[in-house]
Design a protein around this ligand. Structure first.
Ligand code: PHE
Length: 489
């Protein structure tokens, strides 16, 4: 690679870019319907525990791996240990499979935006609107192509920096709007039932499938187990505090998912016809228009703004997906940017068209029974490939390069923080700064982050064992074999 590697200007740049990749359809579309499908409160609880333990450790490991090697996914593993370069390739398959179906759903969001902009809110609020739309052959395909085209254009023109600037404004607006809509949902009659379903765990609903679904969702939502955070870490400067960046990304990502759950799940209990709305990929598209419609005319504006913001959140994620795929192909085959974009687009068409048509005329085309093509791609990546990649990453970090290597990498930015404090010009601040430095040198000669012991234990023991158990249980339950070992899930 002869091109100079760019880097993010500072911590804010890094956190915003990584959060731009993390916050997307996974939070707003996928999280609420999985929570609704897997018992509400219990799913939320399992999800939160996973994010704070495993998600935290894995995100930190990935970013540190990237920053240490300065390379993206395939190169990073290869550099640290030649025999493990296969893991980079395995991880690289994930974004290639996700991007096409992600664009299909991105297309659905564009359609809803267009419907609201043209005053079609009442129509969109009909329970049958969504099903009628996605089962048509041509219209969803058109929206898919539009979304994919926009993503490709951004990647091709390299305007991702511009997109990032826009998303710096759009993200906070999205958060404020999400809080507003969530509060509105809570004022609807019967909201209490919805809220207690969403917040209060029902332990009788706990199963291996719940944990697997929550784990897959965590990888997906935090853009983990597919090398994206490794690539982002490779652009991160050494003086940026890795620990607090991870915390902030986690906070953003989980906060938006939590709010989306309130916005989407609570109204079903007050406005929805429970027979017509089944938890599934269409949940957000059916629930939110009802909420906006209930607001009266103003709902049209709120809905339009909301869908445009979601469209942007989805675009920042899909751009990061496509960028990753393009850079993997370029590093591997040495192709030019345009040619690579063309090849990636072709792959997206091959996998995206059946994902779109699988909701209608190609619904009979099933690789696993009961799963249309989109659901199949989603299942294969989130519930199979990503857990396997995450497991192997834990083994790699835990036993091959050892957690210490990454802990040391993560400490670098923290030590720099103290040195930086010296640079102030204001005499009063300088005095306090130097006092602070002296004190912290005495009390902690090397900076540590609080969750260090947990990081090692998580990566070496807890996460790998849990992943194997969960995978085993879900495979057994998928083939209905649990009864033979005396268990039922
Ligand atoms: N994390 C993104 C979301 O929640 C999806 C995504 C996955 C983006 C993988 C990039 C890479 O929507």
């Amino acid at each position: 690679m002869t091109e100079k590697r760019g880097s993010f200007s500072g911590k804010l740049g890094f956190v915003m870019a990584a959060a731009g990749s993390a916050v997307g359809l996974g939070n707003i579309w996928r999280f609420p319907y999985l929570a609704a499908e897997h018992g509400g409160g219990i799913f939320l609880l399992v999800y939160l525990v996973l994010v704070l333990t495993f998600g935290y450790a894995l995100m930190k490991a990935e970013i540190a791996l990237g920053r240490k090697t300065g390379l993206s996914v395939i190169g990073a593993f290869k550099k640290l240990n030649k025999r493990w370069s296969f893991l980079g390739i395995l991880a690289a398959i994930v974004p290639i499979v996700i991007l096409p179906y992600y664009s299909v759903i991105g297309g659905w969001v564009c359609k809803y935006f267009a419907t609201f902009v043209s005053g079609g809110m009442e129509q969109a609020a009909q329970p049958s609107f969504f099903g009628d739309f996605i089962s048509q052959p041509f219209e969803p395909l058109g929206w898919f192509l539009l979304f994919l085209g926009l993503t490709a254009l951004a990647v091709l023109l390299g305007v991702d920096k511009g997109v990032e600037k826009v998303s710096k404004i759009m993200m906070p607006v999205l958060i404020v709007l999400a809080i507003g809509i969530a509060i509105y949902s809570l004022t609807l009659p019967g909201a209490g039932d919805g809220l207690s379903y969403y917040l209060v765990p029902d332990f009788s609903q706990f199963s291996a499938t719940t944990v697997l679904a929550a784990m897959g969702q965590m990888f997906y939502s935090m853009s983990l187990a597919m090398g994206i955070m490794i690539t982002y870490g490779s652009y991160m400067k050494k003086d940026v505090n890795l620990e607090s960046s991870v915390k902030q990304i986690e906070f953003f990502d989980t906060g938006i998912a939590f709010l989306a759950g309130v916005m989407v799940i609570v109204p079903i209990f007050s406005l929805g016809n429970m027979d017509q709305i089944k938890p599934g990929p269409g949940l957000m598209f059916q629930s939110l228009p009802m909420v906006f419609n209930n607001m009266g005319t103003v709902g049209n504006y709120v809905g339009t703004l909301f869908f445009v913001l979601v469209m942007f959140a989805a675009l920042t994620s899909s751009i990061s997906l496509m960028e990753t795929v393009v850079s993997i192909f370029r590093d591997k085959f040495g192709w030019g940017r345009k040619v690579t974009c063309g090849v990636v687009l072709a792959i997206c068409l091959v996998l995206g068209v059946p994902s779109s048509l699988g909701n209608g005329i190609w619904s009979g085309f099933q690789i696993l029974p009961g799963q249309d093509f989109l659901t199949f791609c989603d299942f294969m990546t989130n519930s199979v490939l990503m857990p396997i990649v995450a497991f192997l990453m834990c083994i790699f970090v835990g036993y091959i390069i050892k957690p210490k290597t990454l802990i040391e990498e993560a400490r670098i930015g923290m030590a720099e923080k103290h040195i930086k404090l010296y640079e102030g010009t204001n005499p009063v601040r300088r005095f306090f700064n130097s006092a602070h430095i002296t004190l912290s040198r005495v009390s902690a000669p090397i900076s540590h982050f609080r969750r260090e012991p947990m990081f090692s234990a998580m990566i070496r023991y807890i996460a790998p064992v849990c992943i194997v158990l969960i995978l085993l249980f879900s495979v057994l339950s998928a083939f209905d074999l649990l009864k033979y070992i005396g268990l039922s899930v």
